[in-house]
Write a protein that binds this ligand. Structure first.
Ligand SMILES: Nc1ncnc2c1ncn2[C@@H]1O[C@H](COP(=O)(O)OP(=O)(O)OP(=O)(O)O)[C@@H](O)[C@H]1O
Ligand SMILES: [Mg+2]
Length: 461
């Protein structure tokens, strides 16, 4: 047992015992060197102290320790006394009732059998807010019928960050956590053999699988994979599900990725103890056929206004005043990525923010990163969604659903139209207030500018 006692444990016991007072740096040197078997003159020489001074420090120290441990302690018995003291505390800790021992053993097993594969998951060190969303995900994940959770929403609304933070929070409840991105659109056999090889490498059973090659028949790979989901509690995180879905029509898979349908179906419909959580820019219609016990969908919107304030004012420079904050919150609909872009340009427009908000909005809509984000978002919308957005962009004020229908009723059935408007509201692109609809202000400014530019080009040509 003595071999287990190291000086750091001794030091920590002394620190705790003499609290609220504490050891001075010289006292710590004396203790460490006595523990290492040095004489006072050797330690004085090594640390450039007067030998008499070190002796005095030692003498005071032994008095303190004698009082603390109620035992006469000096330089010659310090080491054996502390060894015994720490070792007996160690024994006490491990001779607890049996139930506690089982708990310790289980904890050790869980620790030993935990495999975390974060691959390219982003850091969530600066994670902000989202308390309600994390609680919702937690509640759903604890439902034994729930096999799959999809977090969808506008480009940059924080899907990946939320899901990653959630996975980190609950990682202790799973034997395996796999975080994979679908942005590179791996073929399904590649993805599954990846999973299987990790299960395989971490398996302690003698009957290990051979390396699972991608060339194995897909049905066999899938069968092996689902077996692993039954044997272990696995949290599968898939980031960017939109990469395998048909663009503008998430009711189909992209060509050559139809096999993913089989994969998702197997995870959702089979009995096992694992969970898939995926992010997607598109709400996958391919999963709408399952009961909402098995598949849960979270439509993620922007931050709460308080979190927006915290993000905007998180830099060291002068804080933005309340009115300016409200204006930014409304214009950007609290979308985290837009807030980050704008925050980086805050110093350029902070002074005009209170006087000329319209000018600020025009300037922000000209930022390259803002334009890129909005163009990406527009590319995921259907023709009808875009048509509605364009009508709202040229309308001066908020309009009613009837007025809006009036513009487009020639071309689309009403039910499709209402569905589209509701979808755009869910996505924060359209704002609904008192039964009237308007466009997200930054998007409106961007599209108006785009329309003017197009018109000028046409006139010139
Ligand atoms: N809760 C949060 N706390 C702090 N920063 C956040 C939070 N959510 C998002 N962000 C920041 O906003 C940016 C966009 O977030 P994220 O990548 O998660 O969005 P996304 O919805 O996954 O985007 P995409 O549609 O491009 O996949 C990142 O820079 C991220 O750090
Ligand atoms: Mg993402």
């Amino acid at each position: 047992m003595n071999k287990l006692v190291d000086f750091e444990s001794v030091l920590s016991l002394i620190d705790k015992s003499i609290s609220p007072t504490y050891l001075s740096p010289t006292q710590e040197i004396v203790l460490r060197e006595v523990w290492n078997g040095k004489t006072y003159s050797e330690m004085a020489c090594q640390h450039n102290y007067d030998p008499e001074y070190i002796k005095g420090v030692g003498s005071n120290l032994w008095q303190t320790l004698s009082r603390t441990f109620d035992k006469q302690i000096n330089k010659s018995n310090f080491v054996p006394f502390m060894r015994q003291k720490v070792a007996s505390l160690f024994d006490e800790k491990y001779s607890q009732p049996e139930s506690n021992q089982i708990e310790i053993a289980t904890a050790n097993i869980q620790e030993k059998h935990q495999y975390l594969h974060w691959t390219t998951a982003p850091t969530t060190k600066f994670f902000q807010g989202r308390v309600t969303e994390i609680n919702t995900l937690q509640r759903w994940s604890e439902d034994p019928d729930c096999r799959c959770i999809i977090v969808s929403g506008m480009v940059g609304c924080g899907k990946t960050t939320l899901v990653t933070e959630f996975a980190r929070k609950v990682q202790d409840q799973y034997n395996y956590v796999f975080w994979f991105s679908l942005l590179e659109t791996p073929s399904l056999p590649k993805l599954i053999s990846n999973y299987l090889n990790i299960f395989n490498q971490s398996s302690e059973q003698s009957s290990k699988l051979e390396e699972a090659p991608e060339t194995w028949e897909l049905s066999f790979l899938l069968w092996e994979f689902i077996n692993c989901l039954k044997q272990h509690k696995v949290l599968l995180v898939l980031d960017g599900l939109q990469s395998i879905l048909g663009r503008n029509n998430s009711s189909t898979y992209k060509k050559c990725y139809e096999e993913y349908g089989w994969f998702l179906r197997s995870i959702i419909s089979t009995n096992h103890q694992s969970l898939l959580i995926a992010t997607s820019r598109l709400r996958p219609k391919v999963l709408e056929y399952y009961s909402d016990n098995q598949v849960k969908m979270l439509d993620l919107k922007g931050f709460s206004i308080d979190d927006t304030k915290a993000v905007i004012n998180s830099s060291n420079s002068k804080p933005v005043r309340e009115e300016g904050l409200l204006f930014l919150s409304e214009s950007l609909q609290n979308i985290p990525q837009l807030l980050n872009i704008v925050k980086n340009h805050l110093d350029d427009f902070r002074d005009v923010l209170d006087d000329d908000q319209n000018q600020v909005l025009q300037d922000l809509s000209l930022l390259g990163a803002v334009g890129e984000l909005l163009e990406q978002e527009l590319s995921y919308l259907s023709d009808l969604d875009r048509e509605i957005i364009y009508w709202l962009a040229i309308s001066c004020s908020a309009i009613s659903l009837n007025e809006l229908t009036g513009y487009t009723e020639q071309s689309q059935p009403k039910i499709k139209f209402t569905h589209s408007v509701n979808f755009l509201v869910k996505r924060s692109l359209v704002i609904k207030q008192d039964h009237r609809y308007s466009l997200m202000p930054i998007l409106k400014a961007y599209i108006r500018r785009k329309l003017v530019k197009q018109a000028i080009q046409e006139i010139n040509s």
